[in-house]
Structures are given as C-alpha cells and as structure tokens.
Design a protein around this ligand. Structure first.
Ligand code: PEP
Ligand code: MG
Length: 763
C-alpha cells in the first residue's frame, strides 16, 4: 500500500497500514482545528493508506437515519445533505445489522440505494464497517473503489480497527461538531441519576411526551371568530378534565384526588379565563393569548422561589399546554401518530398531574421527568397509579430518542438509557426476582412475626398519605406505627382546614380497619416548607425552627390539628406522638395543651376520644440525659433513628458525602438505643423504633437482639423483616451482639451478616 496524495506523509511500505493509521489519527487529534476538519482529515488519511478512491463517515442521527458527515472521494456537496433512512441501502444495512459488508460489485446488490448527489455510480467495490462503542452504533465507516474487488482480510481488519478508534474519538467529542456530539450521546448507553418519586422498577421503550406546541400565528384576522375558538376550546378543556376525573383509577379518594380537583379548579379560574379573553380582544389569536397569559403568570411565579408556587406554575403550564393542544386540534399530549408500546417508559421535561392521565396506565412501565420532586403533583398521581417514577433526571430529554430501550430503577433513582444487553438481562432478572421474592413475602403475610425462640415482634408500617394505607392489608402488618401528618399539608394547595384534616384522619383510621394508627403531630418547618405559612430562611433547617418547636410557637396550628384528631377518633383512642422533642419540658408543654384541649372539648360536649395516649419521638440525643424524667410523663416512646443518628453523629442525613461514614450498627448508637430501651423497661413504657433502620433486616435483627419488640417501617420492608424474624433465634443474636459491642468490634454490621449467614437467618 502506498500514499495516494502529496499532502499525506510518506508511508513506509513495510509498516502495517493499521499502525500508520493509528499514528496519524493520534496526530490528527493533537492538531488544532474543529471537529469537522478532523473528520475530513481522517477520511482523507484512511483513503490514502488503504488505497481507496473513497472513504466516508456516516453518523447516526436521532431518528435512526445516517447522515454523511465527511467524505474523501464522493461529491463534497453531499456532506450533511445525504441521509439514509434507518436500514436504507448497504450503509443502512451495515448499521442496522451491525455487520461488515464487503462487496466487489455493490451496485448489483438488491439493497444498493443510489444517491445521485454523491456521484458514487462510478465505484463498484464497497467495504462498510459499523462504528460501534460499547455495542452501540454511532455510524458507519466506508471505503469504495472503482475496481471490482473483494477487500482482503487485512483490509477488513484494518478498517474495523480504525472504526473502533474513530468511535473513541467521537465519544470524546474530538472529531464531530456539537450537533453530532449530541447525536452521538443519544446513541450511547447512559445512566442518569435522579430522585425517586414513586418506587418500583420498569423496563420498556421510550415515548417522549409531546413537546410544547409552538405558536406561530400571533395576530387574528377576525377577533370575533377567534373568541368563538377560544370558548369552544375552554369548554373542551373543562369537559375533558371532568371525564378524566371520572376514570376508574382516579375516581377513588386520596390525595391525588385533591391534587386533580385543585387542577380542575384552575381550569375554571375566572381570572385566567378573563385574561386570555382580553388578550384575544386585543387582537391576538386564541393560541397566542393563552401563551401570553402563561408567560406573564410564569414570570410572576418564577420570582417566587417557593416550591409551592413552582408547583402551582406547573399546574398552570400543564393547563395552558393542554389548551394549546386543543386549539391545535390534538388535545392530549400523547403524540397522535404514535402507537403507545405495551411497555412504555414515558419521558418528559415536566408533566402536570392531568397529563399523565392522558396515557393508558396499563401500558406505562415508568415515568421520568426532568423536574419534579417527591411532593410534586405528578409524583402523587404516579404513586396512586403504582407507576415507578423518577424526577430530577437532568438532561434526560436531550439524551433519548423515541423507541430507545430504557430501564427505570425507582429504587435507586437511576434511569438507564439504551442499556447494553447484559444490563437489560440483569434488570429483567431483578424484576423476576422481585416478583418471586414478593410471592414469598405474600405467603408470610398472615403469619404472626414470631421468632424461632417464640418471641412475638410487632411489625407496623410507616405511612403518610392515604394510599399508603392500602399497604397495611397487603403487608399483613399489625398497624401504622407512624402516620406522618405533614404530608397532607405538603401536597395541599392551601393550609388544610380543620374539617379537611379530620376527614383525612378519619379515612386513615377507616382504612386501617381496626388496626391501630399512631399519628405524628406536624413535623413541618426546616426544609419542609409550607408556602402558605410564612417562614424565615434558615442556615441549618434540620436543626432549626421545625416540628414541636414550631408547634409550641404557633399553638393555633397544633390546636387545630388536635381538634381534627379528636373529631376523627371520637369515642375511641387517639395515639399521638410529638416529633423532635429536645427537652422533657417541651413534652410537658405539649401535654398541657393536649389536656387543655381535651378538657375543653369534654366541657363543651364536642367530639373527642375516650382516651389519648401521648408519646414522644426520641430523635434528639439530649434526651439521653433526662431519660427518667421523660419516661415518667409519656405513654410511649418512638425512636426516630433517622434524625437521632444524624444528630448523634453530627452527619446530615441528606448529604451523600457523609451518609455512609457512620453506621448505626456501631458501638455508640447501639449503646444509646440500649439505654433508651432500659429506661422504657424501668418505667414500663412501650418503645418502638420507626426510623429507616427498622426496615433493614440486619439492622432489625440487631434491634430485636437489643431487646426491642416493636418496630415500624416502610411497607415494602415488612416482608423481608418478617422473613428474618421467622428464621431468628433472638437469644443467639443477643449473645453475639453483646459480644461484638463489648469486644470493640470495628465492623459490627459485617460480623452480624456473617452471624446471620451461619445461623441461617434470612437477611
Ligand atoms: C426519623 O427521624 O427517624 C423519623 C421516623 O422521622 P422522619 O424520617 O419523618 O424525620
Ligand atoms: Mg424525624
């Protein structure tokens, strides 16, 4: 082989072509110039070394087509003009099947597709190899010659190896332009980390939620007929929402219902309607008017960094988008030409709660949104429908194409785009495994949680919204050990009034069907901001003005909640616990308020429970030093290990950088837990543990080994923890734990896992 062109460096005939190409590619990468000029140099050089009249690079576009990005030998005008549809021609076939094509007379092949603009009719032989990176196709590298020749094995190997190097450079962003880089990043496997909105795992194919309608016609020729269009659209909007709310899956009670009702209220908002109407009267088209009003309301709301107002803005955006689509003649965000696959992973920049309902939930395997927090309305609806969802998946829309494979792991918050086959297989296994495991846990549902040595352990669930209550029956738990009442406040648009609160508590009690429910007084403040309550910005919200500190300063809030709880538990027993108690004194104050309210209700003949059992949440380490004083005045104690550990270790529970630094299964916290338990036994006060640790089998094993007999956890943890308990002999575990603590074992967790393995404890 020899160099064909003067500008190419001298090539020694004894040096293998591949080595020459590699060396020159390295040089090209080191030279100045933009991506396009590098691609041009690459094709020129490869053609030279391989003595080919033509060398071209085609890159894959978002829609699966292949675009000619650089060529030596074909007509330069064809660059960025010639595009082959997915699978079209020999190049398309090479890409589609991921195979090398080596033909002495390409034009005779039935798949040959002639593109006059390229001027390729004069070339007969063709060698095309896919440009692949980690199994993902980025493009095709082609050489062609006039002569009818079959390329040698050496040629094939050289071109394939060249394609591999080109792929590396393409991925590094060194050889293409920004547009091509974006295309390339869309063809590679990628993982995007977000935040879990609704738990579960889903595998499927990507459907992109319809992007916003772009309004192009701004002014109306005939405002009167434009007003009529507007009226018709408003009617359609409202009746569409009515219909949606009648759907079976959404018609039931629950917070998602509140969210959707509020959304419907917005659609009837007179101010909104009037502003749009005025904009039409001023000469805009109905579409432009909707957009104008949306923009100005967004400008106003964006000035407000508050999550509440941002959520309102999302509702209004959703509503306006829906209006624009109605005006454009295709009312739902589901793309009209799109057949929704039976395994749809829906991906959207943002999505309102009603938009999600445009899609058939039976076909939805997952939802990924670029914004959206766990309290966002779309998250509430996704949870209610049982659809795994991940939010805060920054940049996901830019990284996918419709039809891509995707996996949503809404246990870890990861979204896998175009996963390689082994990742797909691993997740399919995981889904099957989950289903099998679930079956096993379902089978334990009706068994009491009794250990091998005959100790009965009380297993409760943590809940916060009404639909969580369904898990009580499903999991076979003994009751609700922690009902986080603040969640109703967080998904609500306005401060829930007494009657609305009472209704929620009533429904929670009814859903528990006779099993006990422990309500927790509001744990708001800090980072759980309620926009309708004025709040000062704090440097350290977790240790700031939150929970009982706020309730004692704003007693009206606590009193209203107490009255609502009294109403809901009329004639029965109210179990109420107070979060973030830091001193016994605070508990005394709360007790006074509760007693005063109860006395008042009784005196006035107002609805109230027969009995109130008042407990403290043990979340602040200061209480360790007034255990006896505290236990003398409470009816029960619930240990919130999430907060207790963050304060004990001075390690922010939301900060991943310190999250794994300290272990609850280590000497200090285990000793603290033991002391609290001992105080409970001394004072005959029941104690339970309701932090996350109670839901992890090994941690729960340590808790029962310490002596705890009641725990409360996320519903999904009940099965695994029960399986652990059924296979456990507590006295063995207690001895082992004691020994580990006393001898100063560095890694208690690891030793407990080894113990569980040896003792056959299911963990
Ligand atoms: C805890 O702190 O352990 C707890 C259960 O409360 P939350 O997680 O709601 O703060
Ligand atoms: Mg807490």
């Amino acid at each position: 082989m020899q160099s064909r062109r003067n500008e190419e460096p001298e090539i020694s005939t004894s040096e293998p072509a591949l080595r020459i190409i590699m060396r020159r590619l390295r040089e090209i990468m080191a030279e100045a110039g933009d991506g396009q000029s590098r691609l041009n140099k690459i094709v020129r050089h490869v053609a030279g070394v391989m003595v080919a009249e033509v060398c071209s690079i085609y890159l894959k576009r978002r829609d699966g087509s292949l675009e000619l990005f650089a060529t030596e030998g074909l007509n330069p005008d064809a660059v960025h003009t010639t595009r082959l549809k997915r699978g079209e021609g020999l190049v398309g076939r090479c890409a589609e099947l991921g195979i090398t094509i080596n033909l002495p007379d390409a034009q005779k092949h039935p798949a040959f597709s002639y593109r006059p603009e390229t001027g390729e009719e004069q070339y007969h032989s063709l060698l095309a190899v896919p440009i692949l990176r980690s199994g993902q196709l980025l493009g095709v590298l082609v050489i062609q010659n006039h002569a009818f020749k079959e390329y040698s094995e050496d040629d094939v190997e050289t071109l394939q190896a060249t394609a591999m190097v080109v792929a590396e450079h393409l991925v590094s962003g060194a050889v293409a332009n920004a547009e091509a880089d974006a295309e390339i990043s869309r063809s590679l496997a990628a993982v995007i980390k977000g935040e879990v909105l609704s738990e579960g795992i889903g595998l499927g194919r990507v459907v992109l939620h319809a992007p916003r309608i772009v309004v192009t016609k701004l002014t109306a020729d005939d405002p009167a007929s434009e007003l009529k269009r507007l009226e018709a659209a408003i009617i359609e909007l409202r009746s569409g929402l009515d219909e949606m709310l009648e759907q079976e899956q959404v018609a039931n009670d629950g917070e998602h219902r509140d969210v959707l009702e509020a959304y419907r209220m917005f659609a009837h908002d007179r101010g909104w309607e009037r502003r749009i109407r005025e904009a039409v009267q001023s000469g805009l088209t109905a579409d432009a008017a909707v957009e104008r009003v949306q923009n100005s309301s967004r400008a106003r709301m964006l000035r407000n960094a508050d999550p509440y107002w941002q959520e309102r803005q999302r509702d209004f955006d959703d509503l306006s988008d829906r209006m624009l689509r109605i005006l454009a003649g295709h009312p739902s965000g589901v793309q009209p030409q799109l057949e929704m696959p039976a395994d749809t992973i829906l991906i959207a920049r943002n999505m309102g709660p009603a938009e999600l309902l445009d899609y058939d939930p039976a076909k939805l395997r997952g939802l990924v949104v670029e914004d959206g927090s766990a309290q966002s309305h779309v998250a509430v609806v996704a949870k209610a429908l049982g659809i795994p969802a991940v939010g805060q998946a920054v940049g996901v829309v830019e990284h996918v194409s419709p039809g891509d494979n995707a996996i949503i792991d809404a246990e870890t918050g990861e979204v896998y785009l175009r996963p390689l086959s082994d990742v797909m297989a691993a997740f399919s296994d995981k889904v099957r495994f989950r289903a099998r495991r679930q079956k096993k846990y379902d089978a334990l549902r009706d068994l009491p949680a009794v250990t091998k040595d005959g100790k009965r352990i009380e297993l409760n669930i943590n809940a916060g919204l009404l639909y969580d209550l369904a898990h009580l029956e499903e999991s076979g738990a003994d009751g609700v050990g922690l009902f986080r009442t603040e969640l109703q406040f967080m998904v609500s648009h306005t401060l829930p009034r007494l009657e609305r609160q009472a209704e929620t508590y009533r429904q929670a009690i009814a859903a528990a069907a006779g099993k006990p429910v422990v309500f927790r007084a509001l744990d708001i403040g800090g980072d759980k901001v309620l926009p309708y309550l004025r709040q000062v910005k704090e440097e350290n919200p977790a240790i700031g003005w939150r929970a009982v500190r706020m309730s004692l300063d704003r007693k009206g809030l606590l009193r209203t909640q107490l009255r609502a709880l009294f109403k809901a538990t009329v004639g029965g027993e109210l179990r109420l616990m107070v979060p973030m108690i830091t001193t016994t004194r605070e508990m005394v104050e709360v007790k006074h308020i509760v007693d005063a309210e109860l006395g008042r209700a009784r005196r006035k003949g107002m609805p109230c429970p027969e009995r109130v059992r008042l407990g403290a949440m043990f979340e602040v380490p200061s209480l360790l030093f007034e255990l006896d004083e505290l236990f003398k005045i409470v009816d029960f104690v619930s240990i919130g290990t999430n907060d207790l550990m963050q304060f004990l270790f001075a390690a922010d529970r939301t900060n991943a950088m310190v999250g794994s630094r300290y272990d609850v299964l280590s000497r200090a916290p285990l000793r603290a837990l033991k002391q609290i338990l001992a105080a409970g036994i001394r004072h005959n006060v029941p104690i339970t543990v309701c932090g996350e640790m109670a839901g992890r089998p090994i941690d729960a094993m340590a808790l029962v080994a310490l002596g705890f007999r009641s725990v409360s956890m996320a519903p999904a943890a009940v099965g695994p923890v029960k399986a652990m308990l059924l296979s456990l002999d507590i006295s063995d575990a207690a001895r082992e734990l004691e020994r580990l603590i006393d001898r100063g074992e560095k890694d208690i967790r690891h030793s407990l896992v080894r113990f569980a393995e040896k003792a056959g404890v299911d963990h």
